[in-house]
Design a protein around this ligand. Sequence first.
Ligand code: ATP
Length: 260
Amino acid sequence: MNKAEQSVLKVAHLGIAFGGLKAVNDFNIEIGKSELYGLIGPNGAGKTTVFNLLTGVYEPTEGAIFLNGEKMNGKKTHQMVQAGIARTFQNIRLFKKMTALENVKVAMNMSMKYSLGSAIFRLPSYWKEESEVNIKAKELLEVVNLGDKADFIAENLPYGQQRRLEIARALATGMKLLLLDEPAAGMNPTETAELLDIINVIRTKFNISVLLIEHDMSLVMKICEKIQVIDYGVTIAFGTPAEIANNPKVIEAYLGKEDE
Ligand SMILES: Nc1ncnc2c1ncn2[C@@H]1O[C@H](COP(=O)(O)OP(=O)(O)OP(=O)(O)O)[C@@H](O)[C@H]1O
């Protein structure tokens, strides 16, 4: 089987312009099952815009997005989630007043089967689904090492744990591709190491592909199989971590920005 047949995500010549500014231009990427790719670039390079295109927040002005072979252009965010793309945000979006378990259950509810009628009248089918959801939600909390925090109110959890809860919520949607937008931002080294383990579990246990935006270079270099570098919306390099670390264009892009 060639890569095109098995790829989870295939993006061809993707582009978007805001007024005169081409924020993303001729962006191409292909990610297979369980693969972990990094997307890096200086501030304002267009990374978050790529994620907004992949999640239906923006509609591309050029190019195409395929998820498991299905064309996704023009789909709304909830349709993208249903099709299997999930995302965590730079700024955590949790239901702050809900418990950790409730947060995961809300994310799972999007795919629950019981009808509104059975929920209102509390029919046996409702309770069966409800207990299955409880078990599944608890399992997902275990995956992100929050098994003992199920009844904690989200906003009372330390920052690193809130970020992990965000990942559990993304897992709860049953996705095939996880987009991680700076998941290590604001984390201390211990939390970052733990996050790294969780990302590996997500891939090995759930066979999920991951596209990671991250400013923490050591993290990117450690876990990504391939790295794509963009600057001013254009891909300037693609390769293994070692290739990227020694690429003069990449070094120039980062140093140039630092000079500014
Ligand atoms: N909705 C929008 N309207 C107009 N311009 C936008 C919009 N969204 C992004 N841009 C512009 O597109 C360019 C790319 O921004 P983007 O946020 O994608 O960069 P980034 O690589 O994620 O940066 P950072 O690392 O700082 O988060 C920037 O010049 C930004 O100002």
